[in-house]
Design a protein around this ligand. Structure first.
Ligand SMILES: Cc1cc2nc3c(=O)[nH]c(=O)nc-3n(C[C@H](O)[C@H](O)[C@H](O)COP(=O)(O)OP(=O)(O)OC[C@H]3O[C@@H](n4cnc5c(N)ncnc54)[C@H](O)[C@@H]3O)c2cc1C
Length: 410
């Protein structure tokens, strides 16, 4: 048994703490906020078994021109944001070449394919079944050509990775989704994915489970981490705590914090927004409006619209153009009702240029471990990479092969 401190109480940190605790370790989580209040709070809540392939940067000129001219709602960019992230974006572009992406996707599919199985025992033990729907995720296409191409691609995904889906004509889908007020061209329905009606509350429920099982949750600043005679020390509001091992699970804040330890970790920060609407009829299942790059999901707070990626500087003020675009376009398919009054939320997907989460031993420090960089699918993959990390920390380093920092940082 080791004493371990996990820094970060998002889905990744809390899941890591649970997995380490299950392996018999004495675990403390430290976060400056309550669990699940940052990126793990405001996402679309999909446990994305369908996400066999991580998002590459488009390599074809037509798609690049569309992004460059601001003609797609999937990606929004500002020159200063691109400049700040230039080295990471270049590396992301290189890793997006088809031969690299194919290799990366094989690793990624191995993670996402087990994600719902890894969440299942936690959902049950945390008594959180009432937040989970197993109805799948739909991708809705507004024009017939896009639908045909998506149906072909879904068949490719099935034969390559075994991820199943149904292709439905618009009228057929409308019969399954009474909330639609207009018939789309067609829908690909990914039936293995799950969704959560309150991702922040699920993270919190996992944290409560961790505490019920004897774990400690303390408030403190991760940037006070320093090496000590025992291993690691971090200051909390309950005083300094010591541990033999420390896990960095600070999501998009991980690279900044690790600078002080001499690590230069390139990250593409993809900001996303959400807004809630009082929609009178709940959706049966969440869907992606493919033409407009937004996801619509019924949540406890109302219909949540989440946006694609905004490549902006860390300190850029909220700019809700993508959300407004999503509201207008979805207003055409659904009776959205009124915008719920709330403080404008945004969060940042912590994306590493090679599209894989970084899980394993810190190359330059004994007893320091990483588990961050889950990009678009950290809510999905929290329990999965947590279980791999716990195995690696108990000596089975092969569990994190392909995800290890040592081979990826130079
Ligand atoms: C709009 C949007 C939609 C998304 N939709 C989905 C989806 O449907 N499915 C999916 O799988 N993923 C989705 N994601 C991605 C997912 O939300 C993230 O990958 C995931 O939440 C990352 O979790 P994390 O635990 O690594 O980070 P976080 O949840 O951000 O947790 C990091 C924690 O570190 C703490 N912290 C930071 N700095 C310090 C410090 N100095 N001291 C102490 N504590 C600190 C923070 O308070 C926070 O609690 C979406 C993301 C966005 C933005």
């Amino acid at each position: 048994m080791a004493e371990i401190v996990v820094l970060g109480a998002g889905m990744v940190g809390v899941s890591s703490a649970l997995a380490l605790q299950a392996n018999g370790h004495d675990v403390t989580i430290v976060d400056r906020k309550a669990p699940g209040r940052e990126t793990s709070f405001g996402n679309a809540g999909i446990i994305q078994v369908e996400a066999a392939e991580p998002y590459p940067l488009p390599r074809d000129i037509a798609a690049q021109v569309k992004i460059g001219l601001g003609r797609t709602n999937d990606v929004f960019w500002r020159p200063r944001g691109l400049m700040q992230m230039a080295p990471a974006l270049l590396s992301y572009f290189r890793h997006s070449a088809p031969q690299h992406h194919a290799r990366i996707a094989r690793v990624y599919a191995g993670l996402t394919s087990r994600a719902s199985r890894d969440h299942a025992p936690l959902i049950e033990a945390a008594n959180a079944q009432n937040m989970i729907s197993r109805e799948g995720l739909s991708c809705l296409y507004r024009d017939a050509r896009a639908f045909e191409a998506a149906a072909k691609d879904a068949e490719r995904i099935r034969s390559s990775y075994g991820v199943t889906s149904r292709a439905l004509g618009g009228a057929e889908y409308r019969a399954e989704e009474p909330a639609l007020t207009k018939t789309p061209a067609g829908v690909i329905h990914w039936d293995q994915s799950w969704s959560c009606s309150d991702p922040g509350a699920l993270t919190q429920a996992y944290a409560q489970l961790f505490e019920r099982r004897g774990g400690r949750l303390l408030s403190g600043d991760a940037s006070t981490l320093s090496s000590s005679a025992r291993g690691w020390s971090v200051r909390t509001t309950d005083g300094a705590i010591e541990a033999e091992q420390a896990v960095i699970a600070l999501g998009p804040w991980s690279p900044e914090m690790l600078k002080t330890f001499g690590y230069s970790i390139p990250m593409v920060y993809k900001r996303g927004y959400h807004g809630h609407f009082s929609m009178p009829v709940a959706l049966r299942r969440p869907f992606l409006d493919a033409a407009n790059g937004v996801v619509a999901a019924s949540m406890r707070q109302g219909l949540r619209i989440t946006t694609g990626a905004a490549l902006v500087t860390h300190d850029a003020p909220a700019d809700i153009r993508q959300l407004e675009h999503g509201r207008r376009s979805l207003g055409d398919l659904l009776d959205l009702g009124k915008r719920v009054e709330e403080e404008q939320w945004f969060g940042t997907r912590p994306c590493l240029p090679d599209m894989l989460p970084m899980v394993g031993a810190a190359p330059k420090h004994k007893g320091l471990w990483f588990n961050f960089g889950h990009g678009h699918q950290g809510f999905t993959l929290g329990p999965t990479t947590a279980s791999l990390l716990a195995e690696a920390m108990d000596g089975n380093v092969a569990a994190v092969r392909s995800l290890q920092p040592a081979e990826r940082l130079n």
